[in-house]
Design a protein around this ligand. Sequence first.
Ligand code: LLP
Length: 435
Amino acid sequence: MQNIKICDNIDINDQGHLTFAGYDTVDLANKYSTPLYLMDEDKIREKVRIYKNAMAKYLPEGSMPEFASKAFSCRAVYRIMAEEGIDVDVVSSGELYTAFSAGFPMENVFFHGNNKTDSDITFAMEKGVGFFVVDGAEELYAIQTEAENKGITQKILLRITPGIDPHTHKKISTGSEESKFGIPLRCGAALDMTKAALSMKNIHLCGFHCHVGSQIFECEPFINAAEIMFKFFADVKAALGYTPEIFNIGGGLGVRYTCADPVIDYDEKIKEIADKIYSEAQNYGINPPKIMMEPGRSLVADAGMTLYTVGTVKKLEGFANYVSVDGGMTDNPRYTLYESPYTVVVANKADKEKNFAATIAGRCCESGDLIQENAEITEPERGDILAVLTTGAYNYSMASNYNRVPRPPVVMLGKDKEYVAVKRESFEDLCALDV
Ligand code: LLP
């Protein structure tokens, strides 16, 4: 039998129904209809605190996590992060605006991205963004110009490409030399940019950033990144007499999508990375900077679950058993994009034997619209509720309206509260911008 308790917020109740964050998922599907995104607010807070406490314990004073909000962006999550007292990373004016409109303190926002437009830069400065994480030379000059126009000093970090292969899916690997992100160390580019930034009168260079990739289970890529970056800090110190106040080592720690994935002790991983940071700092005689980490997936993925209603069940002898649901790549494009594994459960038969190899298909006119292939589930029938687990990261935030399918609502669950964080999209919403 497939293990479905991949996280401690998942269980089965006396009626044989799957529960999530203590709630009966079948009741939730009946109450809110499907498809439906569920988010466990207490789990998000718990994960934030694990990072916060570990970073406070093992790293220099002031070190803390910053939520990479591309993983899950809506007003509710920025309010949660503000209450938990951590910073956020945004990658577009849209994410920045969402945070702003939720009342998130703009000075605690880091603006990322490999191509911030002039209007992004102007917009973010007008809103009082804390930091730009600068990805290239043109952007550095554009920020200096705009800061000068506005008569302000803008804080920045420089994003460096450490040249590391994190051995994760190619599409979510960002730290290797061929990456479109960041400033390469090669040929002295990063040193030149540091020099340029230090010479700019409206720029305050606070330090450096690197991010190696996503869904990483080992500390090795972070440890390698720390080695490379501290060597670079030493070069910078020797050439320019500059020592960073902040080193942001990026996000990327993985999560469990299925029982085949390891159980991750984030505290332990952070300690291992911290030990390396201290030893490298000592090695090069550099005052250890304040460390930031930028988790996205590991703060929200297992705080999420998606519920669907089963439609047709087609058994194609010798091929596949297609179980079609009322959502698909429009609410979860991750299998289509990366063949990501997921755990699938028939929520109203969660205590029954898993006796059926199912290909879970979405409703789009697209053969590749699949949520999972060969999922081991209980044989379902039309009207059953199907749950896909661990969908809190990069599902709602990557959802689309392909085939004009409205996006599902997000219902936030907590011990003493349950609320709609994002409403279900209506047909009128779909046509709202059409003229
Ligand atoms: N910082 C930077 C600069 C990033 O580019 C990312 C992710 C993160 C932090 C957060 O990484 P995380 O902790 O979530 O692994 N759509 C893909 C993931 C793309 C990740 C992009 N950058 C997926 O669904 O797997």
